[in-house]
Design a protein around this ligand. Structure first.
Ligand code: ZN
Length: 171
């Protein structure tokens, strides 16, 4: 009996050491390479989101709403900086990839690596690809394949879903 207890203490300490002191570098790389890693997501209850977000932000980010065309704060906005998710601050678009699409919403030809996730959206009788924030799952907009080179993509994003951070504020 004593031996069994001793053995389990030894096993437990080996496991604990492996977890606490040496998270293998390889594993860390694997974790960072996937944007579907649930443990890195920002999880909040519905009532927390309601408290944190304005009613317009809540409607678009959490209820997949869409702001009216040509009304968004960032539609005709072309300063240099970063666009962040309004729900969690995740960096999603660089102003360098923003262009004048004329579609009525801010448009980008590329998202920052692993910042967004794509989902099939067949609502309203259309086949579209919905874009959500990879960190908080907030609804951002849709992506279409009628954008300019080099990607040919048009990320059509609600202004309300984003905050803008000008380049000067970078430390
Ligand atoms: Zn987010």
């Amino acid at each position: 009996m004593k031996d069994i207890i001793l053995l389990s203490v030894v096993i437990a300490s080996i496991i604990f050491n492996n977890i606490s002191s040496q998270v293998p570098y390889e594993d860390e790389k694997v974790l960072n390479s996937t944007n579907n890693d649930e443990s890195k997501k920002v999880k909040r209850s519905d009532s927390e989101w309601r408290r944190m977000l304005s009613s317009a932000e809540y409607h678009i980010l959490r209820e997949k709403g869409t702001e009216r065309a040509f009304t968004g704060e960032y539609d005709g906005h072309f300063e240099n900086g970063m666009y962040l998710c309004a729900g969690c601050g995740n960096k999603i678009f660089d102003s360098e990839t923003k262009y004048r699409s004329g579609c009525g919403w801010p448009a980008f030809y590329e998202a920052l690596p692993e910042s967004v996730e794509e989902h099939e959206d067949n609502s309203f009788g259309m086949r579209r690809i919905e874009i959500t924030c990879s960190k908080c799952d907030g609804h951002l907009g849709h992506v279409f394949n009628d954008g300019p080179q080099p990607t040919g993509l048009r990320y059509c994003i609600n202004s309300v879903s984003m905050d803008f951070k000008p380049d000067e504020e970078d430390e």
